[in-house]
Design a protein around this ligand. Structure first.
Ligand code: 8YV
Length: 327
């Protein structure tokens, strides 16, 4: 009997075909939205699952003695997983690091540029037929090249952004992270470690690239926004909940910072209604890793984690170690 795999959301046909060689696959190409109880019931009938960042795997959906052996997330972030609960239930968790680093860094830079140079705001103006003549101050924004980029969270994606900023745009790069990079990495990124307060106060553009956790919840709120320059921009490509969206909307409304570029939101796909009303914010629907090539690489790696687990006993990019005999 082939192990049964549940692919939680629509995915590339080639990935389904690859899985079908070794597994009995339940797909969801129609994008059925599972109710929580239905999702838990489905998980209970499968040996493995390929999830996206919006599919929860935790004690509640797993139950006490799950049939499930592996959940392979098609994302580098894994705040949809309760990894300790998965480990004690004997469920391997895996994610998709590395394959999306450069693509996500590109998008981070696109949001910095779009926000600083007011690209979507000016496009809406043009499309609305409001462009009557050239003016010296029309959509005059903030400089990107030569300015100071602050990076909060300096993992793989943060470092890829730093390299673009320092080498391509001649920016001064400062960063804050739980742990400081070693000297070699700092030199490659031309990045200087600073405390969080200095980061907030000195950045012309502040980009968030840290994982979501209880510790990072609302780590940018009213108090942090108040420390930023009134000319600064804030970019979030990390996770919703890291920024207090209500406080950000208020700061943008009062022009306490100049602009924001957001790809992720608290409670997404809902977006704070006040953010939707503001012109000085660029809003995108969680697409930082969305190129065809990268999304295929992510889906392939997630599938390969499942294949490696069932054929060789270990995932390629695991997030936990499950005691022998549990798997
Ligand atoms: C995913 C992401 O597209 O990898 C991540 O952590 O945020 C995105 O690249 C998203 O989570 C869907 O799985």
């Amino acid at each position: 009997m082939k192990p049964k795999i549940l692919v939680a959301r629509p995915i590339f046909e080639s990935v389904l075909q690859k899985l079908a060689v070794s597994f009995e696959v339940t797909d969801n190409q129609i994008d059925h939205a599972w109710e929580p109880a239905e999702w838990a019931r489905q998980l209970g009938q499968h040996d493995g699952t390929l999830t996206t960042g919006s599919d929860p795997v935790n004690a509640l959906v797993l139950g006490p003695q799950p049939r499930l052996k592996i959940a392979a997330n098609m994302a580098v972030g894994f705040n949809n997983f309760d990894v300790p609960a998965m480990t004690s239930a004997g469920v391997v968790a895996s994610n998709t690091p590395d394959v999306l680093t450069e693509t996500t860094a590109d998008f981070g830079f696109a949001l910095i540029m779009a926000t600083a140079r007011r690209m979507t705001e000016s496009e809406h103006f043009l499309r609305a037929g409001l462009w009557k003549q050239w003016r010296y101050d029309m959509f005059a924004g903030a400089e990107v090249h030569g300015s100071t980029l602050g990076i909060l969270g300096m993992g793989r994606i943060g470092q890829a952004i730093a390299k673009r900023a320092a080498h391509g745009f001649g920016m001064e790069v400062i960063y804050h992270n739980r742990s400081r990079l070693d000297a070699d990495k700092e030199a490659q990124c031309k990045a200087r470690f600073v405390d969080k307060q200095t980061l907030l106060q000195s950045a012309d553009h502040l980009i968030l690239v840290l994982p979501y956790s209880h510790a990072s919840h609302h780590c940018i709120g009213a108090a942090e926004l108040a420390q930023m320059k009134p000319t600064a921009t804030l970019i979030n490509i990390a996770r919703g909940g890291i920024v207090d969206d209500a406080a950000l909307a208020q700061a943008l409304l009062e022009k306490r910072i100049a602009g924001a570029g957001l790809d992720v939101y608290e409670g997404e796909p809902s977006v704070h209604p006040e953010l939707l009303k503001l012109p000085n914010v660029v809003l995108t629907p969680h697409i930082a890793s969305a190129t065809v090539k990268t999304r295929l690489a992510m889906a392939d790696l997630a599938a390969d984690n499942i294949i490696a687990f069932f054929s060789r006993g270990h995932a390629l990019t695991p997030l936990n170690t499950v005691a022998a005999g549990r798997a």
